[in-house]
Design a protein around this ligand. Structure first.
Ligand SMILES: [Zn+2]
Length: 257
């Protein structure tokens, strides 16, 4: 019998010949039409981090070579990235960065490398990846949720959605992350390659990233709020809701117009 873990790993591993061609993962295959690796960082503070933290130096820490050379990890990550682009209908730049000062991920409405379009950028912490891998055998589920959260921010930027405070923006992104997991598990994707994700593992991961720091203007929500947003979003995705419908329903769930 194939375990859930093997199904996830096997599916992703076998589906990503483009990644296998990468030479020692010297560059992340985020964009096939990238014309420059020159950073365009200007110290923007417009983006969103997965967890409350300092943000001003993220763009200066982008890495073009991962310490983790595990081919399965690279294949899984590339597959998740591809699915997120499909689900959200966006194609932001994607890079890793050195988050050795604390595991985190980042989304910004600005391009940071010479990518294909103007959907902004998702920047994933290498330390965050390692920490999720060390937490659970089902780490792919947590990574998928985190990617869904960050790509949810890209959708917010694309639509120009307004939120009264950071906490609503973050919980909305959590909702969309749950929605993405639900859509994948519903297995109605045209490139249906990752079929089984564990929403419980993913929800626990996001639960641990909540806080009770209400007075922090970057407050992202309590552990309970973040977990609940993911589970609500998951139901919408598993029901087959479209990204636009989920976007609006997520706002309504948070009491927003
Ligand atoms: Zn966020």
């Amino acid at each position: 019998m194939i375990s859930r873990r093997n199904l996830l790993f096997g599916a992703a591993f076998s589906s990503c010949g483009c990644c296998l061609a990468l030479d020692s993962s010297e560059a992340w295959p985020g964009s096939s039409c990238r014309d420059s690796a020159e950073l365009q960082s200007n110290g923007s503070s417009a983006g969103c981090l997965l967890a409350e933290d300092k943000r001003e130096d993220v763009l200066s820490k982008i890495k073009f070579s991962l310490l983790d050379k595990d081919i399965r990890t690279i294949a899984i990550f590339a597959r998740i990235q591809s699915i997120m682009e499909h689900l959200y209908e966006v194609k932001p730049d994607f890079e890793f960065y050195d988050d050795s000062d604390g595991p985190n991920a980042y989304a910004t409405p600005e391009r940071v490398t010479g990518g294909c379009d103007t959907s902004g950028a998702v920047i994933f912490g290498e330390n965050l990846l390692l920490s999720e891998k060390n937490t659970s055998d089902m780490w792919g589920s947590a990574i998928t949720l985190i990617m869904g959260h960050e790509y949810g921010h890209i959708s917010q930027y694309k639509i120009g959605s307004i939120f009264p405070a950071a906490v609503q923006k973050e919980l909305h992104a959590d909702y969309l992350g749950g929605w993405a997991l639900g859509r994948i598990n519903r297995a109605d994707l045209s490139h249906n390659l990752i079929q089984v994700l564990d929403v419980g593992t993913a929800a626990i991961s996001i639960f641990k990233k909540g806080s009770y720091d209400y007075n922090n203007k970057g407050f992202h929500g309590t552990p309970e709020q973040r977990k609940q947003a993911v589970l609500e979003g998951y139901k919408s995705g598993f029901s087959g809701m479209s990204v636009n419908a989920a976007f609006n329903t997520g706002r309504q769930v948070l009491g927003l117009p």
